[in-house]
Design a protein around this ligand. Structure first.
Ligand code: COA
Length: 161
């Protein structure tokens, strides 16, 4: 299995992984297609012999703002002070082998701003292990609620030096 740049032909596979990984937060294939079109340099898939076993999607986005779930963005901000990690997901059979960490390493190597995300699926501990910390933003509570009770806004500051 290896991470490689996402291509339009991967989108059915990406949507299939998302359905398995995020059963409570379904997003249309069009959302993934749009992110790939807007920011191809921060979209990757975990390729398991031609089958999409995982994906990672990120894009420039202002700190303190959460994109709406299952909605098109239209465009990306011209001058964003951060990036948003939209999804990192692996098929169950691909988990536990360090592939998530390897995918994150690709992102961390390419991005020098803070990276924000909304943790779901009780994944806050996983994210803490990768340098993210929960940031309590009262202004985001209503938006986070649409991601479920346990959703948390988390931010990873860039490494210094
Ligand atoms: C989160 C996810 C990408 C992690 O993938 P993975 O293959 O288990 O990750 P890795 O093998 O790189 O890392 C495993 C490590 O993370 C830990 N970990 C994985 N998921 C965790 C979780 N939900 N909570 C706490 N720790 C977790 C493991 O215990 C392991 O720790 P260790 O290295 O000390 O043994 C995967 O579980 C997944 O796709 N989940 C469904 C989608 C999801 O919830 N994505 C994040 C939502 S924002």
């Amino acid at each position: 299995m290896r991470w490689r740049a996402m291509e339009p032909g991967d989108l059915d596979g990406v949507a299939a992984v998302a359905r398995v990984a995020f059963p409570d937060h379904p997003e249309d294939r069009a959302c993934f297609a749009e992110r790939l079109a807007l920011c191809p340099s921060l979209c990757w898939v975990l390729d398991a012999g031609g089958v999409v076993a995982g994906y990672l999607i990120a894009y420039p986005w202002p700190l303190g703002a959460v994109p709406p779930l299952n909605a098109l963005l239209g465009s990306l901000p011209a001058h964003a002070d951060a990036h948003y990690l939209h999804d990192l997901a692996l098929l169950p059979a691909a988990r536990g082998g360090g592939h998530a960490a390897a995918g994150l390493a690709l992102l961390f190597a390419r991005v020098a701003t803070p990276i924000a995300l909304v943790s779901v699926n009780e994944s806050a501990a996983f994210w803490r292990g990768h340098g993210f910390a929960v940031v309590d933003r009262p202004d985001l509570r209503a938006k986070l609620f649409s991601y479920g009770d346990a959703a948390r806004y988390m931010v990873r500051e860039p490494a210094r030096g």
